[in-house]
Design a protein. Structure first.
Ligand SMILES: *Cc1c(COP(=O)(O)O)cnc(C)c1O
Length: 469
C-alpha cells in the first residue's frame, strides 16, 4: 500500500465511521444472524496473493457488518454500555496511527506522563482524595487480578511469588455474592483457590454484605489457621447494582489489617456527580479502586482506571526488571508496565484527555444525570402497568423487571421468551439476570447518544413484544 492509497483508505474509513454512527437508529441493535452464518462467508484458507483494499472493504461491508451488534446504538440497553464518544474515537485514530508500545517511560515519555496526569484528573473528577495514584489497565478484570495478587503477597509477607503457595498457609479473600465473575477468575489465577473465596450473603435493598457476617467469617478463619488477606467490595454490581456499605467494610478491613479493593467498574463513572457519591461513602479508605471509563464515561474500550494507595506494594508484587528493560539513570520516572500483568501497553491516556477536554466534566455529568432520570421515569411507567412488576428498583440507571406470565406458564420461561422476542424485534436490546433464583429482565440506560424518547420508547417496544407472545 503506497502513501496515496493509505491516505485515501484512511479518509474513507473515517468517513465510513461517521456514516455508520449516523445510520445506527435504522439498524437492529443486536445482530440478527444465526451461528455460523458469518464464518460461512469467510474463505477457508488465507490468500496467497493479496487482492487489494477495494475487495477487502467491500467484503467487510457485505459479510462482516451484518454480524455486528451495535454497541454505540442509542437504544442499546443491554449489559452495561461500552461508550466510545466521538472525541475518543478520533483520539484512538491518532493512537492507532502512531502505534507505540508504552510499556516504559522511555518507550514514549508522553504516554507515561499523560497517563499520570489523566489518572489524577479522574481522581479529582470522582472526588477521591489525594494520596491515590493511578494506572490504566486494559480491563477491570486485570485491575482486580492485580489487587488480589497484591493482597495475597502482602498477607504472605511477599513469599508467594518466590516460594509458591504449596507450603504456605491458605489465604482467604472475602466478598459478597454480588461481585463480578472477574473476582472468581482473579482468585483462580492467583492460585488462591475458589474454596478460599468467602462469599458473604447480602441483605437489604442495596444487596450489601452484612458487616457482622463479614467480621464473623474473618474471625472464624483466623482461628482456623487461614490467613485473611483482603476484601473485594462492590459498588454497582453487574447483575442488579449490588452495593456494599464501604464505610462499614473499610472499618472491618482496618481492624483486621486487610487490604480493601473496591470494584466500581460501571458505577464509578457516575461519581463525577457529587450527588451519587453517597453510594461509595468511605471509599477514601480503600487500598485500591477500579472503574471503567470505557463503560459509561465514553473513553473507547479498553480503558480501566485503577487507583492505588500504595503503588509500591503493587510494583513489589508485579515488577520484574530484566536487563533488557532497564532504564538507566532516570530518577523519579514511572514504568507503568511494572503496575500490570502484561508488559506491552497501548497509549490509552490520550482518549481520556480528548474526552475530558472536549465534553468537560459538566457535559459528562449532564449525560449521566439524564440517563439516571430517564431510567427512573421508565421504571415508573413499568411499575404502574399491572402486566409488569419491578424486581429491583433503579440503582443509578439500572433496574430489573418481569412480565406477569399467563396462568399455567412458567414465569422464567415466559420472560426469557419475551427477551428473545424483544431482541429479535431489534428496536432495543436487553439482557437477563437472575434475582433470588428467578429470571428478571435488566434495563440500563447509558448510551452516549441516547435520548429521553429512546429510553421511554423502550416501554412501547416491550409492551408490543409482550402482546405478541
Ligand atoms: C464490567 C464489570 C467488570 C469487568 O470489566 P472488564 O473491564 O470487562 O474486565 C467488573 N466488575 C463489574 C462490577 C463490572 O460491571
Amino acid at each position: 500500500m503506497d502513501e496515496d492509497e493509505f491516505r485515501r483508505w484512511s479518509r474513507r474509513a473515517a468517513d465510513w465511521g461517521v456514516d455508520y454512527r449516523a445510520s445506527l437508529r435504522d439498524r437492529p441493535v443486536r445482530a440478527q444472524t444465526k451461528p455460523g452464518e458469518i464464518a460461512a462467508t469467510i474463505a477457508a484458507a488465507p490468500p496467497e496473493r493479496g487482492d487489494g483494499m477495494e475487495a477487502a472493504f467491500r467484503d467487510f461491508e457485505a459479510d462482516i457488518l451484518p454480524g455486528m451488534t451495535h454497541w454505540q446504538h442509542p437504544r442499546f440497553f443491554a449489559y452495561f454500555p461500552a461508550n466510545a464518544a466521538p472525541a475518543s474515537v478520533v483520539a484512538e485514530q491518532l493512537v492507532t496511527a502512531m502505534a507505540a508500545q508504552c510499556m516504559l517511560w522511555q518507550t514514549s515519555p508522553a504516554a507515561t506522563e499523560l497517563e499520570t496526569k489523566m489518572l489524577d484528573w479522574l481522581r479529582q473528577a470522582l472526588g477521591l482524595p489525594e494520596g491515590f495514584s493511578g494506572v490504566i489497565q486494559d480491563s477491570a478484570s486485570s485491575a482486580t487480578l492485580a489487587a488480589v495478587l497484591t493482597m495475597r503477597e502482602r498477607a504472605l509477607a511477599w513469599r508467594g511469588n518466590v516460594e509458591g503457595l504449596a507450603n504456605l498457609p491458605p489465604v482467604r479473600i472475602y466478598c459478597s455474592d454480588q461481585v463480578h465473575t472477574s473476582v472468581d477468575r482473579a482468585i483462580w489465577v492467583a492460585g488462591i483457590g475458589a474454596q478460599n473465596l468467602v462469599r458473604i450473603p447480602v441483605t437489604g435493598h442495596m444487596r450489601a454484605m452484612d458487616p457482622k457476617d463479614l467480621e464473623a467469617a474473618i474471625r472464624a478463619d483466623t482461628q482456623d489457621g487461614f490467613v485473611p488477606a483482603g476484601i473485594v467490595a462492590s459498588v454497582g454490581g453487574t447483575s442488579v447494582g449490588g452495593t456494599d456499605d464501604i464505610e462499614a467494610v473499610a472499618e472491618i478491613a482496618r481492624r483486621h489489617r486487610l487490604y480493601l479493593h473496591v470494584d466500581a467498574a460501571w458505577a464509578g463513572s457516575a461519581m463525577i456527580c457529587p450527588e451519587f457519591r453517597h453510594f461509595w461513602a468511605g471509599v477514601e479508605q480503600a487500598d485500591s479502586v477500579v472503574f471503567n471509563p470505557h463503560k459509561w464515561l465514553g473513553a473507547q474500550f479498553d480503558c480501566s482506571a485503577h487507583f492505588v494507595r500504595a503503588p509500591e506494594d503493587l510494583v513489589r508484587t508485579l515488577a520484574i526488571r530484566p536487563d533488557y528493560l532497564l532504564t538507566h539513570g532516570r530518577d523519579g520516572i514511572i514504568n507503568y508496565s511494572e503496575w500490570s500483568v502484561p508488559l506491552g501497553r497501548r497509549f490509552r491516556a490520550l482518549k481520556i484527555w480528548f474526552l475530558l477536554r472536549v465534553y468537560g466534566l459538566e457535559g459528562l455529568r449532564a449525560m449521566i444525570r439524564n440517563h439516571v432520570a430517564w431510567s427512573a421515569e421508565l421504571a415508573g411507567r413499568i411499575e404502574v402497568d399491572p402486566d409488569f412488576e419491578i424486581v429491583t428498583r433503579p440503582m443509578l440507571s439500572l433496574f430489573t423487571f418481569r412480565h406477569r406470565a399467563p396462568a399455567g406458564v412458567d414465569a422464567d420461561r415466559h420472560n426469557l421468551d419475551l427477551l428473545e422476542a424483544i431482541n429479535d424485534d431489534g428496536r432495543i436490546y436487553l439482557t437477563q439476570t437472575r434475582v433470588d433464583g428467578h429470571v428478571a429482565i435488566r434495563f440500563q440506560a447509558g448510551s452516549f447518544e441516547t435520548t429521553r424518547d429512546d429510553v421511554l420508547g423502550a416501554y412501547d417496544v416491550i409492551r408490543d413484544c409482550a402482546g405478541r407472545l
